[in-house]
Design a protein. Structure first.
Length: 489
């Protein structure tokens, strides 16, 4: 009862993201099995005690019938989740098409092959219409549950049209929008046929957040150059109305990782791995199998290192864990084959009857196995070609309390701006540079490793996901109070 009373006093936070943090599997006409997926955003918001969070998003399944929709809505309500039902065609055009085929590559500076680019250009209008339609469906659900005083926090490139839709329902709604990917240079954004509509819609939010100052600056430049608006140190101004734009670098729930290392099952796992790789230094890559993560570049750099350093060939192993994503997309299938081919070639070239230099796994690891792997790693390799932040680098640092391993980090990951002083920064396109950084990391004296690690560990354990979420929401509340004061003056 006390808890309920406390709950009623807390401000409600409506978190809107494309996917709910729950996977739903249908077990019968009106029964569903739900599993919470603890991603970065979920753990970030679990730690924010001063708000009462509700989640709004797509459950990731097509539920065409009313009985199924009602049952799923009821089951999700217990997890404080509210579903948005999208039909298959909308998902295809909005999610696979506009979000993943158009915005994702563009925001990561990845050119599409000419043929795909032409095909995307032709289908652009219908995909953008579906994108707007989907965003309107999200807005409708948010508006249905919105109560005065709630804060609405929209997430990521899937929902750039949402702030405007929400303000059309209710101009007093407090709306924030945060982008998890990079925001590209305004010259890249200019090539997007829907460039104006997207910027205008995002500007309808009260607060717009990015991982880094650079992304925020690119966004403000896009607004000044494409929309002709005025950029100020606080954000973007349009006819006296200010949209606050700022950097809010995300973090991880570092305590969760540090605590996990104490668990007996993780310790057992650590001991097994240590035994398995005894006498060899362990290098690690953990990525979603995505073009942006630079996995082929990483493996080619490792090959170059082995080529140039024969004495290391039987003393080092690279473990690359790559979770397949978007497996139905031909470009991702091509990437998988490309990675397999390179790994096969290198293992054929430098392997022996008993060992191979690269262990490549096409799958996800459970949390405890991942922590154990981070803990026994000597050198982590993050070679993203572009990455909003990159949480793997943070997770590695959090698990290195005793080992004090080295992080080699792409200068194109947002994390380079926060962990740059402790990591070895590299240009992932320059495999000669990455190969020599591998040598430098493997030979690094203990005192330098310790100094670099301490710098990063301090950052990762103080700039947590909880702090990130709390800062964003309190800044959103402040922004609105300031705007009210300005209007009164
Ligand atoms: P992602 O592109 O998914 O996120 P990242 O930040 O590295 O990238 O987060 C990946 C998460 O998935 C990590 O928590 C990691 O542990 C987990 N993961 C990855 N591979 C795994 C594997 N093989 N097994 C188990 N777990 C695995 C997007 C942006 C990023 C941004 C985040 C948060 O692209 O740039 O940092 O959102 O804003």
């Amino acid at each position: 009862n006390g808890e309920r009373l406390e709950g009623r006093c807390k401000q409600r936070l409506l978190v809107v993201a494309n996917r709910l943090p729950v996977s739903a599997v249908r077990r019968g006409e009106d029964s569903w099995q739900l599993e919470i997926s603890v991603g970065g955003l979920v753990s970030a918001l679990l730690g924010v005690r001063e708000f009462e969070a509700r989640w709004i998003g797509w459950a990731g399944v097509n539920v065409p019938d009313e009985i199924g929709q009602k049952a799923l809505t009821k089951a999700l309500a217990e997890k404080r989740c509210i579903p948005v039902f999208l039909d298959e065609e909308t998902v295809h055009q909005y999610y696979n098409g506009y979000c993943n085929n158009m915005l994702w590559p563009l925001f990561h500076y990845l050119g599409l092959p000419q043929e795909d680019r032409l095909a995307t250009t032709r289908s652009f209008q219908s995909q953008f219409d579906a994108y707007k339609r989907a965003n309107q469906m999200f807005a409708k659900v948010v508006n249905n549950i919105y109560e005065e005083g709630d804060v609405v926090w929209c997430h990521d490139y899937h929902l750039m049209f949402l702030p405007q839709c929400l303000k059309e329902y209710n101009n007093n709604m407090k709306v924030g929008w945060f982008l998890h990917t990079p925001f590209p240079s305004s010259e890249i954004h200019r090539t997007l046929p829907s460039r104006t509509e997207l910027l205008r819609s995002v500007l309808a939010a009260d607060l717009v957040g990015f991982h880094t100052y650079d992304y925020a600056r690119h966004f403000v430049s896009a607004c000044t150059r494409i929309l002709g608006l005025e950029g100020t140190p606080e954000g973007v101004e349009d006819q006296g109305r200010l949209t606050r734009v700022a950097a809010f670098p995300i973090g991880i729930d570092s305590d969760r990782f540090v605590r996990a290392l104490e668990l007996p099952q993780v310790q057992d796992h650590i001991n097994e791995l240590k035994e398995r790789f005894a006498g060899r230094k362990v290098m690690l890559g953990v990525d979603r199998l995505d073009m942006i993560k630079g996995i082929p570049q990483k493996i080619l750099a490792f090959e170059k290192f082995l080529e140039e350093n024969p004495s290391w060939r039987d003393k080092v192993v690279l473990i690359q864990i790559a979770v397949p994503t978007r497996t139905d997309v031909p470009e991702y299938q091509k990437l998988t084959s490309q990675v397999h081919e390179i790994v096969g070639r290198i293992n054929g070239r430098y392997g022996t009857l008993t060992t191979v230099p690269i262990h490549h796994l096409d799958r996800s690891l459970d949390f405890h196995a991942l922590c154990a792997l981070y803990a026994i790693t000597d050198v982590a390799l993050v070679t993203s070609l572009r990455d909003g932040m990159n949480l793997v680098s943070y997770e590695f640092v959090a698990c290195q309390g005793s080992k004090k391993g080295v992080l080699i980090l792409s200068e194109f990951a947002g994390a380079a701006q926060s962990l740059g002083a402790g990591a070895i920064l590299v240009n992932p396109w320059n495999i000669t540079e990455v190969a020599s950084s591998i040598g430098y990391a493997l030979n690094m004296p203990a005192d330098e490793r310790e100094k670099r690690h301490l710098h990063n560990f301090m950052h990762v354990t103080t700039h947590t996901s909880q702090e990130w979420a709390a800062t964003f929401v309190s800044e959103l509340n402040d922004t609105i109070v300031e705007a009210q004061i300005r209007t009164r003056q």
